[in-house]
Structure formats: structure tokens, C-alpha cells
Design a binder for this molecule. Sequence first.
Ligand code: IPE
Length: 254
Amino acid sequence: MDGVSDIVVVKLGGSVITNKDTPCSLRADVVDSLSNVLGRSPLKKVVVHGGGSFGHYYAKKAGISTSCGPVEDIDDVFLTREAMFELNKHLLRSLHAHGLHPYVISPFVESRDEYLVDFFLNLLGSGFTPVLFGDVIPCKGGFKVISGDDISYLVCSILKPSRMIFCIDVDGVYPSSKMDGAIISEFDCKMLRNFVGSNKKFDVTGGIRRKLEIACKIASLGTDVLFVNGFKPDVVLKALNGLYDVGTCIRGKR
Ligand code: IPE
């Protein structure tokens, strides 16, 4: 593997690291076990996390969504971001306690020029773990939420990593929204149209359907994408170690 392709991007879903049913409620034990697994992996990693009951709670309350639009009170932008920073602070402390050196990158601009490639590679080469998270950013006509999944795509389009791992709150992608039966072990992006979004209480960024769309975009970059259960540290470790039969895999287009 060359210097760029041995990077793994890991998205920690908000429904894993927080309890989405209660505003601003951290799952400290889960954060700790994920940090432990990330700390044990020798790979170069970029960590992206979602908003869960922190960012989503405030964004939903204020009507801030992934579509660009005016906000009535800019304080809502502040409050949503403050909640994200709060969640991020917990994560950073935990990653650091497990031997990593997190380097937060925020706000994340929607650009992918050469400068950013070097920016990431210099950080990774110095032993840092870049950490990014879903955010609220200005746009023409107001503000919008940029999800951790969108940010993961941007990071992948910059770094073209060999693998991207989505840590979600179930074992993988289920064939139907009922989420019963066995998970799909290898997802073919042609199956996308059969999927409907889930309706999580605080989610302003669009459920599994949107996640799969982004995952397919990431796979089209040549990156293998894995969906694994973030509540199962042994499974996350296996995924980090390159095992693909521990969740749902989308093979990168080569
Ligand atoms: C949401 O990020 C960020 C904000 C609401 C500000 P994500 O959409 O990636 O969060 P999760 O993983 O679904 O909770």
C-alpha cells in the first residue's frame, strides 16, 4: 500500500455515540470502547463523528436542515455548533486517553484542493488523527447542516483511502426498513432505489437511504465502504483490520 491508500476513514454515527432519544446525552462507555479500539489500531485514521442528540436536537428545533435556508435567529447556529463542540470535546478527551493525538478540523470548507491533501497528509505523517464532525455552515441565502457523512465523502475524495468504515447502531444494512432477518453482506449500489429513509427522532440529515447514497459515491472513488455495528468493539476492530464479513460491504469501483 502506498502512503495515501493505507488511510482508513471512520465515521462514528451519532446514534452510536449518543442516546438519540434524550437531548445532549452522551454514551460515554461506547465512546470509550470505540476510542480504545481506534487507539489499538496501527493504521492512519481520520475520524468523523455525527451529531446525535447534540447537534440534531438543536438543528431540528431551529429548523436548520441540509437545505440552505435563512435562519430566524443566528443564535440557533451558535447553539447547534456549541452542542457539536461539546460532543467533540468528549470524543477528543477519550481518543487522547487511548493514546491518539486528535487534531480537530472545523469548520470544514466544501473544497478539495491540493492544499487539503497536504494538510491531511502532513497531519497524519506527524502522528495526528484528524477529527472532523457534522457542522452548520454558511451558504448562499443562509445556513445549512453539513452531515458527518457528507464530510466523510469530502475527506475520501481528498485522500482516496482504501477503506471507509461507518459505525452505525445496527449490524449492517437490512434488505427492508423493517430491519429484520439477515443483513446484506455485500450491497450493490444498483439496489439503492429500493431503500427508504428511516425516521429517527432528532435526525435532520436523512437516515439510511441518504447514508447509502453517500456510501455509493465514496465507493465510486475506489474506496471500499463498510457498515458495522459501533456497539460491538470487536467487530469494529475486525473491520479496521481489514475483515469485510463483519457487516455490510460496498466494494470500491476499481
Ligand atoms: C449532524 O451530523 C450534524 C449536525 C446536526 C450539526 P450527522 O448527520 O453526521 O449526525 P448523525 O451521525 O446522523 O447523528
